[in-house]
Structure formats: C-alpha cells, structure tokens
Design a protein around this ligand. Structure first.
Ligand code: AMP
Length: 508
C-alpha cells in the first residue's frame, strides 16, 4: 500500500471536487479539485526538474494557497519539504541551504538576488519564485504540466519533511519527519478533537511551522473541511470569520488579542465547536477570562517540531487550565529526574516521549540524534514538567531555562505565576543572569498594565509582594520593568534575547 501522506489525505478529500478547501480574504475559493490538480502539475514540474525521491524542496515564501499546494506537491513527488520562515535573513538562509542542500529552492521575488547568491554558494541547482499573491516562475513553469500526476509510492519510514528548530541555543537543527510520523499524529488529532462533517477551520497561523502546517492543515484536509486561509492573525478579521467557523487553532497571543476586542464574546463564537491553544504557555488568567467571556473552554495541547503533538486536554471531560492534558493515544510520556530515573507523581522532572509520531532524527547530525534519545528509545524533549494524580501533565518550562542559583534549581514558571497574579501585572518572564556569588541570579522581567504604575509595581514592591510566598532562593534578586516581552512568530517569549540583553547591562 502507498503510505505517502498525500495519499492518506486524498482518500479523505470530499467526493465532490467542487467542495471548498481554502477560502481567501478576497472571497476567492480553492476547491479540493483545484488543490488536487494544482498539486499534480507542481509535482510533475518537480520531477521534470530532475529531482529524485528524497531530494529536498526548500520554500521561503509567504502563506498563500500556492505555498500549501507546493507542500502537497512535494509530498506527491516523493521529495522532502523544507519550509523556512520568511523572516530569516541572509546568513540564516545560507546555513539552512548549505545544511539541507535542496534540489529546488522556492523564494519570494524580492529575495531573488540573495537567494541566487546563496543557492550558488550552497550548490542548489534550481531556484524558482512564488510571490505574496501566489504568482511567479514556479506557477508559470507548472502551468503547462499535466495535472493527473500519480502520487509516488512512499513507505512509512521515508522522509516527508525537515523542519528546522528555532535553535534558541546553538545551531538550529533539522528535525526529519517521516510520512509515518505525520500520518500518525494527523489521524490521532483528527479523532481526539472529534473533527466532524461540516467543520470549518479558521486558519490564521503561519505555515512554515508544525502548528499551522501539520496540526491545522492536516486535520482540515483529513476531514475534507474548508479553511478560512488568512495570511496572518488579525483580530478584526477573526471577529468577522468566527461566526462562520467551527474550529480555531491558535497560539496564546491570538486569544489574548481577541479578548482585547470589546465585542468579543458569546455572540461571535455562537457557531464555534472548539478552540485549540498551543506552541507557548497559556496563562491561567487567559483561560479563565476566555471561558467567562465566551462560554468556551480553551483546549490546550503540547508538542514540538520533533514529533507534532504529545499531549492534549480532553475533548470530552475536564479541560484543566494551566495543564496540557494527557499523553495522546500512541504517545508514551514519562518524567525523569537528573539521573534518568522516574520521579514521583507531582514532582517536576525532564519530559521524555516515545511514539510513532516522534521524529526520525536530526538531519546530518547522527551524534546529536543519539544524545537526544535514551537507550530505550525515548526522546528527551528538553521540557520540564510533572504529572498529577489525575494524569494531567503540566509544563514548567524548558530545561535550558532552568535557573540554577547557589546550586539550587528554580523553575521560572513558579515565580512567574506569582508575579503574574499581582494586580496591574500583564505578564512576566523569569530568567537567570550571571552572578558572582550564586552562579546565576533569579531575574524577573515584568510587563505592567499601562495605567498601573502604582507603588507596588516597582522592583522592591514586586520582591516584597512575593517574598513570603516563595523560598528565598526563588525570589528574584533583580526586577526589570518593560513595555513588552520579545516574542517570536509563534508567540514564544524569547528568553535568550532577554538573557543577552540584560547580561550586558551593568549590575546595580
Ligand atoms: P516548536 O518546536 O517551535 O513547536 O516548540 C516546541 C516547544 O514549545 C515545546 O518544547 C515547549 O517548550 C513549547 N510548548 C509547546 N506547546 C506548549 C504549551 N501548551 N505550553 C507550554 N509550552 C509549550
């Protein structure tokens, strides 16, 4: 049997090819038939260029239907898709292209000169263009190709995609995902989140990342559903489209911004069935406010590039704020201490996972891959967390974010939660900064509400407010008040940026 992921998706496409797949902001519609024919033509082109199964197709393009079609065409042709964030600059691009050595690089016209130069440096034989309106030499070259391409047979173990991790420390690594990895996670989520006939997905996430490309698109495609395919998140657009949608997937920032809309509430969500949140921690406060404003309980899930989703709050049953729910069917999750032995219920340790969705390894880094897996085949996620007596998993942060002060471990989330709960605080990030005596000093970077510059929200006020609620070593030694925290496209707070910035400041 052909285990190409595209074949699996296509068997679930609606019988009627005129069924909408992507609905664009200007009202244009891409039907499932359009997607099938366009991906056929593009697959034909990729093969005609001389690429062989297993060759990489890199794309640094904006989110358009044609970009998604390029992904599907790459799968169909048996090649390996490599999406790149359009925000990546020249030196980053050079690294990715040299590392992955794609057979085809698809770029935006405005980046053509840099792309050509980089492609020459990295020995990439073909470069084609796709602009922000879905036009360009890629489309022109695909247009005359036949559209009845027969999807190339792939096995479960064959590679489907390489996604580079954000690389907060050291070199960014290419996570290799197989057709089997992606198919397993897609089917699991489709069933776990009860996708059903008539579902319409509001898609406002980028498609160079696991969340928007795999979690969101695969669920919709497996369901034969229509997606409102928006170039990016926009609260006003979301307000307009929510009444016609049934499912939305977003990063926490999306939900925070929706809550800033005065008219956001039950009426806007009257047709909605499910809101999924992930990719960054959802504040309990957002979870609670969302529920009281809309009557909907956000469903938080947890996962990463190296395996898609690992846990989810239940569809039926209690969705518990502040937790990421239970390990998904087919994923085994365990929490281990420093020595690699299991910790007791409720104790924070390192999260390790195993399952068919867990990636194959890091591209060109067999050593690194070996280091990141245990002898019994578990992947070391690098996240810290715990499991409570009911089985709910809670994330405490990245192990690299762990602050070690005077030899004692401080999990940033514990201090952050207390600071966040102070009146007038929007959010906070706790980091470790180099300290002469302690090795690292717990440091809080705090965002205040605009009009909340009261006496309590000063460095000494914040320290005083949490001092008797936390062991002394966990209380921040330094507090910085800022307008906002640096975040990446997926809403993750960039703690490495904060560490760099504040390490460079003279200490008081
Ligand atoms: P990425 O590979 O870019 O998807 O990033 C994965 C990382 O995001 C995980 O290893 C976690 O540190 C973090 N993450 C994802 N989902 C959640 C969540 N629901 N709560 C807290 N952290 C999360």
């Amino acid at each position: 049997m052909n285990q190409n992921l595209y074949s699996l998706l296509a068997t679930h496409f609606p019988k009627n090819p005129a069924t909408p797949c992507m609905i664009l902001p200007d009202g244009r519609v891409w039907t499932y038939g359009d997607v099938e024919r366009a991906s056929g033509r593009m697959a034909e082109l990729i093969v005609a260029l001389g690429l062989q199964p297993g060759d990489r197709v890199a794309a640094q393009v904006e989110k358009t239907p044609e970009a998604l079609v390029l992904y599907l065409a790459t799968l169909r042709a048996g090649m390996v898709f490599l999406p790149l964030n359009p925000a990546y600059q020249r030196h980053e691009l050079e690294y990715f292209l040299k590392d992955a050595r794609p057979g085809l690089f698809v770029c935006r016209p405005q980046a053509r000169l840099v792309a050509d130069e980089m492609a020459a440096l990295a020995g990439v034989p073909h470069a084609l263009e796709l602009d922000d309106n879905g036009r360009g030499s890629l489309i022109d070259a695909a247009a005359p190709q036949p559209d009845d391409f027969v999807t190339v047979t792939r096995s479960k173990a064959d590679l489907a995609a390489i996604l580079y991790t954000s690389g907060t420390t050291g070199r960014s690594k290419g996570a290799m995902l197989s057709h089997g990895n992606l198919a397993h996670n897609a089917q699991t989520l489709h069933a776990y989140w009860h996708f059903q006939p008539g579902d319409v997905l509001l898609h406002m996430l980028p498609i160079f990342h696991v969340h928007g490309l795999f979690v969101a698109c695969h669920c919709a495609l497996l369901n034969g559903s229509a997606m409102f395919f928006e170039p990016k998140f926009d609260a006003a657009r979301a307000m307009k489209l929510l009444p016609e949608s049934t499912v939305m997937m977003g990063v926490p920032t999306f939900y925070v911004r929706l809550l800033h809309e005065a008219s956001f509430g039950r009426e806007a969500c009257r047709n909605m069935r499910l809101f999924v949140s992930g990719s960054a921690p959802l504040l309990k406060e957002t979870f609670d406010e969302f529920k009281s404003r809309t009557g909907h309980t956000l469903l938080e899930r947890y996962g990463m590039t190296e395996g898609g989703m690992f846990t989810s709050n239940p569809y039926e049953g209690e969705r518990r704020g502040g937790t990421v729910g239970f390990p998904l069917p087919g994923t085994t999750l365990r929490i281990v201490g420093a020595g690699g032995t299991a910790v007791k219920t409720g104790v924070v340790g390192n999260i390790q996972v195993k399952g068919e969705n867990v990636f194959v390894g890091y591209w060109g880094m067999p050593e690194k891959t070996r280091e990141e897996f245990t002898g019994d085949g578990f992947f070391k996620t690098g996240d810290m967390g715990s499991i409570d007596t009911d089985g709910y998993v809670t994330i405490s942060g990245r192990s690299k974010d762990l602050v070690i002060t005077g030899g004692l471990n401080v999990y940033p989330k514990e201090s952050e939660e207390l600071i966040d709960a102070m009146p007038g605080v929007v959010e906070s990030a706790v980091i470790g900064l180099p300290h002469r005596d302690f090795g690292e000093a717990v440091t809080a970077v705090v965002v205040r509400q605009k009009n909340a510059a009261g006496a309590a929200l000063t460095e000494s006020g914040i320290i005083a407010a949490i001092k008797d609620r936390l062991a002394n070593f966990k209380v921040p030694k330094w507090v910085y008040l800022v307008e906002e925290l640096p975040r990446n496209a997926m809403g993750k707070v960039q703690k490495n940026t904060l560490r760099e910035e504040y390490s460079a400041l003279p200490r008081r």
